[in-house]
Design a protein around this ligand. Structure first.
Ligand SMILES: [Zn+2]
Length: 446
């Protein structure tokens, strides 16, 4: 009975998530498979924005898609399933010849075969007896549309609705069911995705726990009174396991910025060059090599670092242990997931370091095991394997964005910038704390 209920809830959540994803149209890359809960407390409710935005659009001179429609009749509808351009335009008195010309001669502007159900269209017609059609507009997506001018000589052009950027501040206390709470609070799930990228190295989003909280200052993109996406995240504070993680966006030279913490350190991390301090490469990554034990020629998808038995093996970056066990060929090994992109593995250990087991967080340089020759190995070495987006790559050749800290020459500029944004973060209320206080007061009265 309980299982069935959980299943139903699961299906509902999955359905809602799917609809959201389609709506926002972001690509996944498996970045969304962390399901944490969040309570949002927004300083500016998106509902209010939405209403006032709508009001603004409805008031003022009646301009639609850049056309002054005061002296016209306007019909706005959505394309129905299996509805063709002819079905839409002929009832408005557009001739078959014109519909045909729209499809043929203006194909480069927009191919009408790409019209999709549920997209909005507008027919603007004259207020004469014949209600002569003057314009037909089809919305390609949230921002782009195509206008067909049906007056005299047919011509078509594309347009973009004005994009409005609205600065937002949000503070959230992590609870249990992210997406439903996000929806309730009117915050965009796209924000969660963006935050997980900013904090990819600092916070393990697969292990976010109840009581974690965050503050964030960011831009929302609005079109036509509707939120269409997230813009830049300017500054954020994530409190994870009672530790503060700051991320402040700073563009030092106008070449595209990056996120830094309160100590001028980059929020990104790079990998150690090798999992051992002192080593000799005994066998490089290669797509073809003769196996030293089996003699068979096949790919070697790792780099072998030879060292004395018992030499400590280090995790090459911060991450979470996902496997720590013994297998026939790998011998004793540890596998570490660093974030949604990178995973590393260390084979043939003599033993695993104390406390290293699945679920444990490890820091860059932390000892996770000791060199050995367990499994299929001729002598003591560690076979180091590296995955990028699920594909095994050569750890010595993979290009990882550099994790440069604030450079000397920009220290003053960053100090000023940082001060301003830390203050702004400080000023955001943690509304959930007030709630707790209220509960305590009530409890005291009873
Ligand atoms: Zn190897």
């Amino acid at each position: 009975m309980k299982k069935k209920l959980l299943k139903i809830i699961g299906v509902l959540v999955a359905g809602w998530l799917l609809v959201t994803l389609i709506w926002f149209g972001f690509d996944l890359d498996g970045r969304l498979d962390w399901n944490i809960g969040t309570q949002y407390a927004q300083k500016d409710s998106t509902d209010n924005y939405s209403a006032s935005e709508l009001e603004k659009i409805e008031k003022g001179p009646k301009v639609l898609y850049g056309i002054n429609v005061d002296s016209f009749n306007v019909t706005q509808e959505r394309v129905k399933a299996n509805q063709f351009l002819t079905d839409i335009l002929q009832p408005h008195g557009v001739s078959y010849a014109t519909v045909d010309a729209i499809g043929r001669h203006w194909k480069d502007t927009f191919d009408v075969r790409r019209m999709r159900a549920n997209h909005k269209y507008t027919v603007i017609s004259k207020k004469d007896d014949a209600k002569t059609p003057a314009y037909f507009i089809y919305e390609i997506d949230n921002t782009d549309y195509v206008v067909y001018n049906l007056n005299d000589t047919l011509f078509a052009y594309r347009g973009k609705k004005p994009l409005k950027i609205i600065r937002k501040e949000t503070a959230g206390l992590i609870d249990n069911s992210l997406y439903l709470t996000l929806e309730e609070q009117g915050a965009s799930p796209a924000l969660a995705v963006e935050l997980s990228e900013v904090y990819a190295w600092a916070v393990d989003f697969y292990r976010i726990q109840k009581g974690d909280w965050f503050k964030v200052i960011y831009d929302e993109k609005w079109v036509d009174g509707q939120r269409v996406g997230i813009g830049k995240i300017y500054a954020a504070l994530f409190n994870h396991h009672n530790q503060d993680y700051y991320a402040i966006y700073f563009d030092e030279d106008g070449q595209g910025g990056s996120y830094y913490d309160e100590n001028n350190k980059s929020c990104r991390r790079s990998f150690l060059k090798a999992p051992l301090k002192f080593f000799r490469i005994s066998s490089p990554y290669s797509l073809r090599r003769k196996h030293p034990v089996t003699g068979k020629v096949k790919g070697h998808f790792g780099t072998d670092y030879a060292a004395a038995r018992g030499t400590p093996i280090m995790s090459t970056a911060n991450g979470t242990v996902i496997e720590a066990q013994r297998k026939t060929y790998n011998g004793i090994y540890v596998k570490i997931k660093h974030n949604s992109v990178y995973t590393t593995q260390y084979l043939h250990m003599s033993k695993i370091a104390d406390g290293i087991r699945p679920g444990v967080r490890v820091k860059q340089g932390q000892t996770i095991g000791y060199v050995g020759s367990t499994g299929q190995a001729t002598g003591p070495h560690v076979c180091y394997r590296f995955w990028q987006n699920g594909v095994q790559v050569d750890s010595r050749k993979v290009k990882i964005p550099p994790a440069e800290n604030i450079k000397k020459e920009y220290e003053d500029a960053y100090a000023k910038h940082k001060k301003e944004w830390l203050k702004k973060l400080e000023e955001i209320d943690k509304s959930w704390e007030e709630k707790n206080d209220a509960t305590q007061v009530q409890a005291a009265v009873h």
